[in-house]
Ligand binder design. Structure first.
Ligand SMILES: *[C@@H]1O[C@H](CO)[C@@H](O)[C@H](O)[C@H]1NC(C)=O
Length: 577
């Protein structure tokens, strides 16, 4: 009798625990930049009222590679691209076969969730080089069910190709967003019926350009309901919009001004992207209505984001991504759900590396020791007490010779693989910075508080560098640069703990945790003597060609501090070599 009631009590406890396990939906757009940069949320009234007004908008969320496949793999694994080695779209650098070869198909988010008893569903674009040929060879692991777009029909909006179960199905004449909506709602019905906690990822191919199966590239075609919308909208005229004086570094600094025709085409492109984004917004309403209908809304987290950002005519660039400028790397992150404060904005720094840890936390599944990221704070108290690092490492390994269809010759490797760069984006209590190093030796620094448009790079010429008189933390500019370069040196190959606490690599004692601590005079000589970030123009993460990797560990040696002349001598190491 007594035993029985204990059992009953146990059973109801288990039921309670299960009921308390929430559901998580991630909606990942394709190429949508942050609202402040490319004006995208103004056409998303549903995302505003149903997610932003009921949750947190993270204003400093970044991708770590501004390109679809590496960024999605970064998100799905919680690991930096330099640790997945999925750095491109196609073999040998990236794509679905590379993901499988790297052993990641057995070791990523849906597998961990599924092992923890959570149902997992996927709809939409999954990974580049996932095709009608290699479909199910092997099957993507970890998903309870999935409907994925298959190349060559992934970006062919009116002739998309999907898997349905183990069949390849062509869908001529129906807009791909409409199919995405239907499949998503079907999975929500399935999930409700299964009465188990679920993870659903929806990845519409919007607002990506259309690429038809014959290879023609078009603006994204509108859903029927979106035709004619936003005809009057033009790309935002930020300070860096097709400027009279070139900006940036390396090949970007050599770009000619865009013609009027190119600017106009960019504006038309912007308008059609907004129509495409409006299609995602309609889907968000359908999802929330379905959750309400199935009484699941109260217990479901919704995360809205994008794989990478996008630029249109900024820095004289034709529409695209793959750069390190704010337009390309700053992406939306919005989150709502049980216990999340409403109508909140946050400036804590986070990246896609942090989302898998966050999703495990939402489900109450233990963190993984090999994560490079950490849980993004989402409760009032956690946000207030956040001690997270201030830096995001972003990088690009360009295997693509067709980039930016421009004025350059395919002669030396440096010209072919010229879009190879590594950078850090820092948001500190004392300043907001971007620092990057390119494979041709060019460097960039932007004080984002003064120059959010990234228009004047004091590292562009020796003259500009010496003329730059701003001090940081009451210290000369050169002192800030040695710290930033060392931080980039650490983060470009960090792993696990060293990604979460980069300064501790050089200061294992824990005395330096933030840039502010590192600026102390007593470390001047230490930072000055570190090797500088310096790597070759080669595609992919080839460590032998990526220059110095190791930073020294700081030891108090009672060395004399640097004199002013020595400080001035530091600067040339930051000039273009
Ligand atoms: C990444 O993959 C490329 C291509 O297979 C290979 O050449 C490179 O050595 C790999 N890098 C690392 C760090 O494993």
């Amino acid at each position: 009798m007594r035993q029985q009631s204990v059992l009953v009590a146990l059973a109801s406890l288990t039921a309670l625990a299960l009921a308390a396990t929430p559901n998580v939906i991630v909606i990942m757009a394709d190429d949508q930049a942050s609202d402040t940069l490319l004006d995208s949320m103004s056409v998303m009234p549903n995302v505003k009222s149903l997610i932003a007004d009921k949750g947190i908008t993270y204003e400093r969320h970044y991708c770590t590679v501004s390109w679809c496949c590496p960024s999605r793999v970064n998100f799905l694994t919680g690991k930096a691209a330099h640790n997945t080695n999925v750095t491109g779209l196609e073999a040998p650098w990236g794509g679905w076969p590379k993901f499988v070869n790297q052993g990641l198909n057995k070791n990523y988010l849906p597998v961990w969730l599924n092992d923890a008893g959570i149902d997992t569903y996927y709809v939409g674009k999954f990974m580049n080089a996932y095709t009608t040929e290699n479909f199910l060879k092997p099957a993507p692991k970890g998903w309870t069910d999935f409907s994925m777009l298959l190349e060559p029909g992934c970006y062919d909006f009116m002739h998309s190709i999907w898997n349905e179960g183990d069949k390849v199905v062509k869908k001529p004449g129906i807009h791909t967003q409409k199919i995405t909506n239907e499949k998503t709602l079907q999975y929500l019905d399935d999930a409700a019926e299964a009465r188990k906690p679920f993870f659903l990822m929806v990845a519409p191919v919007a607002p990506h350009v259309e690429i038809t199966q014959s290879g023609v590239v078009n603006n994204p075609p509108p859903m029927p309901a979106q035709k004619g919308l936003f005809n009057d909208r033009i790309a935002p005229r930020r300070k860096n919009f097709n400027p009279d004086v070139s900006s940036g570094a390396s090949w970007v600094a050599n770009k000619r001004k865009l013609t009027e025709k190119e600017v106009k085409a960019g504006d038309a492109h912007h308008a059609s992207r907004l129509r495409s984004i409006a299609g995602i917004d309609d889907m968000v309403k359908l999802i929330v209505d379905k959750l309400k209908d199935k009484k699941l809304l109260e217990n479901t987290y919704i995360i809205y984001t994008s794989d990478n950002g996008y630029h249109i005519s900024n820095h004289r660039l034709l529409p695209g991504k793959r750069c390190g400028y704010e337009e390309d790397i700053s992406i939306p992150l919005l989150m709502t759900g049980p216990g999340i404060p409403q109508k909140r904005t946050s400036t804590i720094v986070s990246s896609h590396t942090d989302l898998a840890p966050t999703i495990l936390k939402l489900f109450g599944v233990p963190q993984r020791p090999d994560f490079d990221g950490s849980v993004i704070e989402y409760t009032d108290s956690a946000l207030k007490n956040s001690k997270r690092k201030e830096v995001v490492n972003v990088a690009f390994w360009d295997p693509d010779v067709a980039h930016e269809n421009v004025e350059w010759k395919k002669s030396t490797p440096a010209q072919v693989y010229r879009n190879v760069w590594k950078s850090i984006r820092l948001q500190t209590a004392y300043g907001d910075f971007y620092y990057s190093v390119w494979c041709d030796g060019s460097k960039e620094f932007y004080d984002m508080d003064d120059d959010f448009a990234q228009m004047s790079n004091p590292l562009r010429t020796p003259l500009a560098t010496t003329a730059y008189k701003k001090t940081y933390f009451s210290r000369p500019f050169a002192q800030l640069l040695t710290r930033l370069d060392t931080l980039l040196l650490i983060t470009k190959t960090c792993k696990g703990d060293s990604c979460r606490h980069p300064w501790r690599v050089a200061f294992p004692g824990g005395k330096v945790n933030y840039l502010y601590d590192a600026m102390d005079e007593k470390y001047d000589r230490f930072f000055a003597e570190q090797p500088k970030v310096d790597f070759e123009c080669v595609p992919g993460d080839i460590r032998e060609r990526s220059g110095p990797e190791k930073v020294e560990v700081f030891v108090e040696r009672g060395k004399r501090a640097l004199g002013e002349r020595e400080v001035r001598k530091l600067l040339p190491s930051f000039w273009r070599r």
